[in-house]
Write a protein that binds this ligand. Structure first.
Ligand SMILES: [Zn+2]
Length: 182
């Protein structure tokens, strides 16, 4: 490496000082047998399930001590806002963190990756530049960074809050494996 071009100087992002949006606070997966939703405890575990979803669909038995006989951990309804992930997305490479943020207006989600050094990367190009400049992360395959965002389920988006009214605190975001029909 000759020209160790440090990952592009992060442009002073035109960071409008608005609230950053909402983060996912609950992960869930749907059992292929009974169709109940099961809470998945961590993002890592969730990503693991999601990555294998196509070859190895989730079912209740995969959760410790759980069976299809037990009542659902939660129901798909508008008491919270749901976002539905595409199954089969790769697991986030070791040391990196994937962040999903729901825009304040609920229009869509944005994906970012945080590097082990805490740098925020917003696109494949930024990832490539970072890995190029930091060869110690070369073992993180570029294909494992994926910016596919979950679909925001419109039927669970709260009605537009009236001006001046506090933002609903009941809203939680949920990722799940429910496959989107069409
Ligand atoms: Zn089940």
């Amino acid at each position: 490496m000759e020209e160790d071009e440090i990952a592009k100087p992060a442009k002073p992002k035109a960071k409008k000082d608005t609230a950053p949006g909402r983060l996912i606070d609950t992960y869930a997966a749907q059992c292929e047998n009974c169709h109940k939703w099961r809470v998945i405890d961590s993002q890592e575990e969730y990503e693991d399930i999601r990555s294998k979803m196509l070859e190895d669909p989730f079912n209740c038995q995969k959760k410790q001590g759980m069976s299809c006989e037990e009542p659902a951990d939660l129901d798909y309804d508008s008491s919270r806002t749901w976002v539905i992930d595409k199954p089969g997305l790769p697991k986030t490479p070791q040391g990196f963190r994937r962040s999903l943020v729901l825009r304040k207006d609920y229009s869509k989600m944005d994906t970012y990756y945080f590097t082990p050094t805490g740098k925020k990367l917003r696109s494949r190009n930024e990832i490539a530049a970072f890995v190029e400049a930091n060869p110690e992360f070369k073992n993180a395959p570029l294909g494992d960074f994926n910016f596919t965002v979950p679909k925001v389920m419109e039927d669970t988006v709260p009605p537009v809050p009236k001006l001046g009214s506090p933002i609903s605190t009941t809203t939680t975001e949920k990722s799940s494996f429910k496959q989107i029909q069409d």
